[in-house]
Design a protein around this ligand. Structure first.
Ligand SMILES: [Zn+2]
Length: 300
């Protein structure tokens, strides 16, 4: 049985091999060094081996301006060129136009309709729906894909039971939201839990957005911590997933890889894939709109 784990890292592009501006060069996470032999930059792509692949992926999709989250994530999760349909890159959260594209073309709905077990590993706060109803939060693209497919959102009971992962990976941000009942976990434990959950489903996704948040703020100390956490997390996923899971790591646009600007970038993003037949999947991916068909074909 084929299984896919999609790890979506917001604002995570392929930058220059320059440690003065690129945290991924300055802090050079050991997993990427082990997998690619060099830091994760544009010059490292493509990597096409039996074990792991990494291909540069276009997020501009033929539309001028800086790629943004709402249109980029819609393209990623629907295969539709959302910036082209909307005639611009749209930041933040999807409005009615993008919500319609998601409702009609979502990857998760298509897989769920086939009878496959589909889930998001992300844990939502218990009052998330109330906050949305009170207009204090808005649904992200990934949340809309879950709700459109009538899939249950994981929350604190699943997190407590090791069957979910918090958006910050280590649970350290939960007390900031008034949640004090969940213990912090190491990034390695979180990664191990994510891979185990992915082995219980046909398609599992996890979304991490601290990269985009802190890429805008250009804080080198927090960038170092983010890279340490991501390295430990992905190393644990790698160790637990070998030969059983197709793991795909990708992003919606660049940002974190270039601290010379506080905006998103026009850089290509990495799509990193390991697991069974990773090369045949990677060969199909040139742009964000290729991710959905690559996954639906792989799982057919
Ligand atoms: Zn951003």
């Amino acid at each position: 049985m084929r299984r896919v784990l999609l790890i979506f890292i917001d604002g995570f592009g392929l930058g220059q091999n320059d440690k003065a501006i690129n945290p991924l060069v300055k802090f050079d996470p050991p997993l990427f060094r082990q997998l690619f032999g060099v830091p994760l930059t544009l010059t490292a792509a493509p990597v096409l081996t039996d074990r792991v692949c990494m291909v540069a992926t276009d997020t501009a999709l033929g539309v001028s301006g800086l790629p943004q989250s709402a249109t980029g994530q819609t393209a990623l999760f629907t295969g539709i060129n959302a910036p082209k349909v909307m005639d611009r890159h749209i930041q933040g959260f999807p409005g009615p136009g993008l919500a319609k594209i998601i409702a009609e073309h979502s990857l998760l709905s298509e897989l769920a309709e086939r009878g496959l077990a589909v889930t998001s590993a992300n844990a939502y706060s218990p009052n998330y729906m109330d906050l949305v109803a009170a207009r204090k939060r808005r649904h992200s693209v990934t949340t809309l894909t879950m709700l459109n497919a009538n899939l249950a959102l994981r929350s604190l009971p699943e997190l407590q039971a090791g069957q979910a992962v918090n958006q910050d990976i280590t649970n350290e941000m939960l007390p900031l939201m008034g949640i004090t009942t969940i213990e912090p976990v190491s990034a390695a434990v979180a990664g191990n839990r994510l891979a185990k959950l992915a082995k219980q489903n046909h398609f599992t996704m996890f979304e991490y957005f601290q990269t985009d948040r802190w890429g805008h703020k250009r804080d080198w100390d927090i960038a170092k911590k983010i890279i340490t956490v991501l390295n430990e997390f992905l190393t644990a996923v790698y160790a637990e997933s070998q030969d059983e899971l197709l793991v795909m790591i990708t992003s919606d646009h660049g940002n974190f890889e270039d601290f010379s600007v506080k905006t998103h970038t026009n850089n290509l993003v990495p799509t990193i894939i390991w697991g069974p037949a990773c090369c045949s999947v990677a060969a199909k991916i040139k742009a964000l709109t290729d991710i959905k068909p690559a996954i639906t074909t792989y799982l057919s």
